[in-house]
Design a protein around this ligand. Structure first.
Ligand code: GDP
Ligand code: IMO
Ligand code: MG
Length: 429
């Protein structure tokens, strides 16, 4: 099976980095297709921890080609730092390439992100402040700057002359911000272009040739389904398409060529930032258990993550919109030692139980979770095979697979590469 996508089926931070790193052992290419440095993917190998924001989680394998696709928004300064950091830690980054079509996050995007959040006040989204929303907005409004523009002075100056007057007018009149200087921006971003020149290529051709030649290509999603601009809890979402459909628009691989979709989910649930979270445990002992044992603090911003139980309504919805062919259930070990484990199996709304995920956030706010309880277990941490898992843990996995409507392909019981149990190898590479 040469093409496979790893997608988040919750609100991000499901463990996509860990799963991607594990599966990348078999991959020839690892490709990011959307999002930007709002992502924080953790990979732990041989006692070393890596926090990847823009670099695909295949970078630890020498010889694996890592691509940042056209659908990603790139902060070149952040990317250069990340690459320098990896090189300092003796990770070879020469096989990392960037799409010439990817859009560039400019300093005014980050300022706009911060100022808009401030202005939203109580209605804020709780963004990561990385300029993601404003950059995607400019892309769609046809005011964007692409990586290819950083390679040529005339192109960059022309596009800045067209775009900056609008940006500055907005910043000055709405936010009383002094605005940005075109010349200074051009110099700064041409320097980044020079530093990255060798890496900026036509990734659309690379991805398609790889697929045509039977290479194993792994697509690494950032964020998650409930943060998707179309399918998430709008407007409390990110500005891209983390769902499997994003693979096609974000890399140029035709949709019929994506063969497998692995949906990554924690064995419970978390969310960072504002917005609805029906199975949330707020201020309870369960929240404390999950946050402390799961180390649930944001990779990118350090914020404590909101915690709750596995939500089967969300899971079933996500399995559908992604066409998930197999689930990867992570952090099962975090539930070790609990007497009971809960799952949200439906939403009670005006006396009726709903099993579909609502669009209307006002309606969602009125939904009460319908719980099902499962007996807990002692330890999954040391299991290396499915049949070594406690029977209650197996029962729990079986139940969530049934509720979600997709088989479990892989289970993760620790943050290191080795703490991984393959359940259905045929659903992976
Ligand atoms: P991502 O954004 O989806 O890649 O997820 P993050 O890296 O932001 O958050 C997942 C966190 O859980 C990271 O700190 C991982 O090292 C850790 N992790 C991943 N899988 C497991 C697991 O099975 N058990 C435990 N205990 N930690 C895990
Ligand atoms: P990974 O790839 C969790 C959330 C933010 C905020 C909303 C919009 O590590 O799973 P943005 O900065 O994208 O405009 O913020 O999306 N968010 C994430 N939450 N994991 C992420 O990435 C996230 N990226 C964005 O907290 O609620
Ligand atoms: Mg993360």
């Amino acid at each position: 099976m040469p093409t496979l996508a790893v997608v988040g089926v919750q609100w991000g931070d499901e463990g996509k980095g860990k799963v991607t790193d594990y599966l990348a052992a078999q991959a020839d290419f690892v490709v990011r297709y959307q999002g930007g440095a709002n992502a924080g993917h953790t990979v732990v190998h041989r006692g070393q921890q890596f926090q990847l924001h823009l670099v695909p989680s295949g970078i630890l394998y020498p010889g694996t080609i890592c691509l940042i696709g056209n659908g990603v928004v790139i902060d070149p300064e952040q990317l250069i730092h990340e690459l320098e950091d990896l090189e300092q830690r003796k990770i070879d980054t020469r096989s990392l390439f960037i799409s010439d079509r990817a859009h560039v996050i400019m300093p005014y995007h980050k300022e706009q992100d911060r100022l808009e959040e401030e202005r939203r006040g109580a209605g804020r989204i709780g963004t990561t402040g990385r300029g993601i929303g404003p950059c995607y907005a400019d892309k769609v409004a046809r005011y964007g700057i692409r990586m290819v523009d950083l390679l040529d002075r005339q192109s960059l100056e022309t596009v800045l002359r067209r775009v900056l007057p609008f940006k500055n007018a907005l910043l000055q009149s709405v936010f009383h911000h002094p605005g940005f200087d075109a010349e200074q921006l051009a110099e700064q971003y041409l320097r980044y272009g020079e530093q990255l020149r060798e890496r900026i290529v036509d990734t659309v051709t690379l991805v398609n040739e790889a697929a045509e030649n039977g290479k194993r290509v792994l697509f690494e999603g950032a964020q998650g389904t409930l943060l998707d601009i179309d399918f998430g809890t709008y407007p409390f979402v990110t500005s891209s398409s983390p769902t499997a459909g994003g693979v096609s628009t974000g890399t140029g691989l035709g949709p019929t060529r994506l063969q497998r979709v692995v949906g990554v989910s924690k064995a419970y649930a978390t969310r960072v930032g504002e917005g609805p979270f029906p199975s949330e445990e707020k201020g309870t002992a369960a929240e404390q258990w999950l946050r402390e044992r799961g180390h649930e603090y944001g990779t990118t911003t350090g914020r404590p993550r909101r915690c709750g139980w596995f939500d089967a309504v969300v899971a079933r919805y996500a399995v559908r919109v992604n066409g998930v062919t197999g689930l990867a259930i992570t952090k099962l070990d975090v539930l070790d030692g609990l007497e009971k484990v809960k799952v949200c199996v439906g939403y009670r709304y005006q006396g009726q139980v709903r099993r579909s995920f609502p669009t209307d956030l006002r309606l969602l706010a009125e939904c009460e979770p319908v719980w099902q309880e499962f007996p807990g277990w002692e330890a999954t941490r040391t299991a290396t095979r499915y049949d070594e898992l406690p029977s209650q843990a197996q029962q729990y996995l079986k139940a969530i697979a049934e509720l979600a409507g997709a088989p479990v392909a892989l289970v993760s019981v620790g943050n290191e590469r080795e703490a991984t149990i393959v359940v259905e190898p045929d659903l992976l590479f």
